[in-house]
Design a protein around this ligand. Structure first.
Ligand code: ADP
Ligand SMILES: O=C(O)[C@@H](O)C(=O)COP(=O)(O)O
Length: 424
């Protein structure tokens, strides 16, 4: 297998969002969980997205895991690696976008890296280096209340410079609009001024196509699924990849179906409220989760009694005020970790009870669940909503299964039912 494109995603929902985009653009793509071990048989593909859970861990660990993934991808021929970050630039001043970018750039020997989280398909646009989420500056969007990485600055040149050893410049929209050579000239100018990274403006997909084309001159880029679109279209336009329409087959799995929500995003809170109109929903008590283990057992007893007759949804999600109050009592990391591990324990119990169709809302939550279930890889199936595909497990010890890993911010109001409809 010689890869045309390698990708390292900093969380699992982000990885499936990107794998979805690459598949829709015509690249044969597989999503692996962590760096695959050599025993895992992978189909012949154009792109591999290695999913890490490195967004909110200590920066030095994120760097080490990303470098290991990069080595694995380069050893399989990947001439270009995309470091996939969140389209809302989720990070803190301690990292992890800057430190990982710096380390991968040093390994790649590139002088400058193009960086853009723009993903117009989900309303993420970048203008004059400022990130907008659905038309609202990042720091005024719901991301200001994220439980792990609240975003308080929409200027990405500033945000990235605070977490990187590199000096950071800007390729503005006026330059992007002039085309590939104008971007190349601006990058050369920035590199000459000692900049190691350039945030690139993009508002519409055609700009991402030009950005993707220029990025392919380099060995590394940093971005979200919009950058994936640009790279995939660039690979196809240059004839380096022959497009295919194949995705995972859609064989029915059957049996009970369950949903788990650990995301506290506004989108997920509204989707849970909507699901309550059509399926049994159990709301966990976050305080009890942090101080003991009984909530997982209570949830499993509840689910086992209901499962099979209808889909069930178990949610820890609460409003920004309640999240802040819990964090003030127990600490941000301790609260997040305890809830993620409880979700993982519940998923283990559900799998033992025969669940082979699972919908999970939340990036960190999905990471904790998929790790606990020891799923090695996924093939991408039909698209449920922008950025959220049905995923078919590859090489799972428990056999055939399908999952959907939803980024907290993604999906329409009836997302849980939309997903279940596509997971027969
Ligand atoms: N009620 C709650 N109070 C505080 N933190 C919570 C609560 N419910 C879930 N969490 C934590 O919030 C974080 C949500 O992150 P994540 O799952 O990545 O969702 P998203 O995709 O919206 O970012 C996780 O660490 C999760 O454990
Ligand atoms: O780019 C995006 O917005 C998503 O692919 C993503 O990374 C979402 O992360 P979570 O909100 O933590 O699921």
């Amino acid at each position: 297998m010689t890869l045309a494109l390698g990708c390292i995603a900093d969380d699992y929902t982000g990885a499936s969002d990107l794998a979805n985009m690459l598949t829709r653009c015509g690249l044969r793509t597989v999503q692996t969980i962590g760096v695959p071990n050599n025993a895992l048989a992978l189909p012949d593909v154009d792109a591999v997205v290695v999913s890490l859970k490195s967004r909110s861990i200590e920066a030095s660990q994120a760097v080490a895991r990303s470098r290991e993934a990069d080595k694995w991808l380069r050893a399989r021929g990947a001439p270009h690696v995309l470091f996939k970050i969140c389209s809302t630039f989720d990070s803190t001043d301690a990292g992890n976008i800057g430190p990982v970018m710096d380390a991968l750039r040093a390994d790649s020997s590139d002088d400058i890296v193009l960086v853009t989280p723009a993903f117009p398909g989900t309303g993420r646009t970048v203008y004059q280096g400022n990130l907008f989420v659905g038309g609202v500056p990042l720091n005024e969007s719901p991301l200001k209340d994220h439980p792990l990485n609240p975003m308080h600055d929409s200027n990405l040149v500033r945000v990235l410079a605070r977490q990187s050893r590199s000096k950071v410049g800007l390729v503005d929209l006026a330059t992007v609009a002039k085309g590939a050579d104008a971007i190349r000239a601006r990058l050369a100018e920035l590199a000459k001024q000692g900049m190691g990274a350039a945030v690139v403006d993009a508002v519409f997909d055609p700009e991402l196509e030009v950005i993707g084309q220029v990025s392919l001159d380099h060995r590394l880029s940093v971005g979200a699924s919009g950058m994936g679109l640009g790279l995939a279209r660039g690979l196809i336009a240059s004839g380096k990849v022959k497009p295919t329409s194949s995705g995972a087959d859609q064989k029915a799995i059957g049996g009970p179906v369950a949903c788990l929500a650990g995301s506290c995003s506004q989108a997920t809170l509204a989707q849970i409220a909507q699901a309550e109109k059509s399926m049994p929903v159990l709301r966990l008590d976050p305080e009890k989760i942090v101080v003991g283990r009984a909530e997982a057992e209570r949830a499993l007893d509840w689910a086992r009694a209901k499962m099979g007759r209808a889909p069930v949804l178990i949610a820890s999600s609460s409003s920004p005020d309640q999240v802040s109050a819990l964090q003030a009592r127990h600490g941000r990391d301790a609260a997040g970790h305890a809830i993620e591990q409880t979700m993982a324990a519940i998923s283990e119990g559900l799998a033992a009870a025969g669940v082979r169709r699972l919908v999970i809302a939340g990036g960190e939550t999905s990471g904790a669940v998929v790790d606990r279930l020891r799923i090695p890889a996924f093939l991408v199936g039909p698209e449920i909503a922008a950025g959220v595909p049905v995923l078919r497990c590859v090489g799972w010890g428990r056999g055939e299964a399908v999952m959907a890993l939803k980024s907290g911010n993604f999906g329409g109001p009836d997302f849980f039912n939309d997903a279940i409809r596509l997971m027969p």
